[in-house]
Design a protein around this ligand. Structure first.
Ligand SMILES: [Zn+2]
Ligand SMILES: [Zn+2]
Length: 427
């Protein structure tokens, strides 16, 4: 299958008194055949109609927000443009109208989470305590063909519109350790039709091993780079399993002038590994300010992105709401939770790279205990808004004969974690 690259274009509504940003996603086939044409757009805010030239108006390009597509034309079809403009009374729209307020952002493909089974293992065999991530992936590679077989038979129903609308794929595999211990691994992938079948086992991300004692394995002294790998694995697990992620981190990168690029990179690391609507970041105002300065000096001006409505909502929330700044704090903890359970990584680690060592450990709590011990003690205004999440995932589980996988759509109404545990350990 050919790759399509996308870029974001933000165009301000041509009505000078309307503040609306209209966000478009323009898809192109690099080096391939791209249709030229355009759309008749209508601003969601003021109703102004205007023509806008785009590549691939009828297939790969779309409007993400701010306007409706009323019509489209194709430059290869004679009269198509003129007829379309006439139909919408836009034939007098100036041919040379230039959208002065236009921003292009090259986004490329969405960055997928990656899981390294080489760096800093967090999942160990509950029986013999040896690390199991590389072994589990090696076993998974043999199982991939039969996992894909179950996905393909599911897709037959899905494509006919008869089989739900899963947001994700959860694969539950049996794991047999050389020590004789048997357990299950839980792996995750976004459900994106064009990425199926799964080409490579690392596209499935290990988020859990049933019975693995994370409190035992994530505990001790680590260098900062290893702390980052551990936190990354937990952030991926939390965004799948839980509904909220809370990061209390006084310092992100160093404040030195010559470490600006690295500081911006660390912020981007956080944003890349979290889902904005689930994430709250608590930091010092000075930490945000040095990020804003650093990003302007390294070519990504936050104020421009904010002006075009493109700022990552996690940062946007920080720039708008003062409630999430705290001046005098030195506590550092990273947590994922739903209305029942919370998991916390806590210790001396701020978000920094390098070989300095830090102490960190992992703890599990009932949500209520976590809230009392951590959030309330921070003395901040934070509404946890434990809104249950709803959705469907495609559960692919290994049949007992260990040769076959079965795919089934499951509904979750509180959190994915609760549902997955209910399915793995039926009462
Ligand atoms: Zn408008
Ligand atoms: Zn073992």
């Amino acid at each position: 299958m050919f790759e399509i690259s996308h870029r974001t274009e933000v165009v301000k509504c041509p009505n000078p008194s309307c503040p609306r940003n209209i966000q478009l996603s323009i898809g192109k086939v690099p080096g391939g055949v791209n249709d030229s044409g355009g759309w008749i757009l209508q601003c969601d805010n003021c109703g102004t109609k205007f023509p806008y030239k785009v590549k691939n108006p009828d297939d790969y390009s779309s409007v993400k927000s701010g306007a409706k597509i009323l019509d489209s034309w194709d430059n290869d079809v004679p009269e198509s443009k003129i007829m379309t403009l006439k139909k919408h009374d836009l034939d007098s729209f100036p041919e040379d109208f230039s959208f002065d307020n236009l921003l292009f952002v090259q986004t490329g493909e969405y960055e997928k989470p990656t899981f390294s089974d080489i760096e800093e293992n967090i999942f160990f065999c509950p029986g013999c305590k040896t690390h199991l991530e590389p072994i589990l992936y090696a076993q998974l590679s043999d199982k991939l063909p039969s996992i894909n077989k179950s996905i393909n038979s599911y897709l037959n129903y899905y494509l006919k519109g008869r089989a739900g609308n899963p947001d994700s794929i959860i694969v539950v595999v049996d794991y047999q350790c050389s020590c004789g211990f048997n357990t299950k691994g839980v792996l995750y992938k976004d459900f994106i039709e064009r990425e199926l079948p799964i080409e490579e086992e690392h596209q499935l991300i290990l988020i859990d091993v049933i019975g693995a004692d994370l409190e035992f394995t994530i505990d001790g002294v680590y260098d900062r780079d290893d702390c980052l790998s551990i936190l990354q694995k937990l952030l991926i697990r939390w965004q799948v399993y839980y509904n909220k992620v809370f990061l209390a981190v006084p310092f992100i990168g160093f404040d030195f002038k010559n470490s600006e690029a690295q500081r911006v990179e660390l912020w981007n690391w956080i944003l890349k590994n979290t889902i904005p609507h689930k994430t709250t970041l608590l930091t010092r105002k000075a930490t945000l300010t040095s990020f804003l300065e650093g990003s302007a000096n390294t070519g990504m001006d936050i104020n421009v992105l904010k002006d075009y409505g493109l700022l990552n909502p996690t940062v946007d929330e920080l720039t708008d709401k003062k409630a999430l700044f705290k001046r005098d704090f030195h506590a550092k903890f990273y947590a994922g939770f739903d209305r029942k359970n919370a998991e916390v990584l806590v210790g001396s680690f701020n978000i920094h790279e390098g070989t300095y060592v830090e102490n960190i450990h992992f703890k599990s709590y009932d949500f209520g205990d976590f809230f009392k011990k951590y959030i309330l003690k921070m003395n901040i205004i934070f509404d946890p808004r434990i809104i249950d999440e709803e959705g469907e995932f495609l559960l692919i589980s290994e049949h007992e004969d260990r040769k076959e996988f079965i795919a089934k759509v499951e509904n979750y109404t509180t959190s994915r974690r609760e549902k997955i545990y209910e399915l793995i350990n039926p009462k």
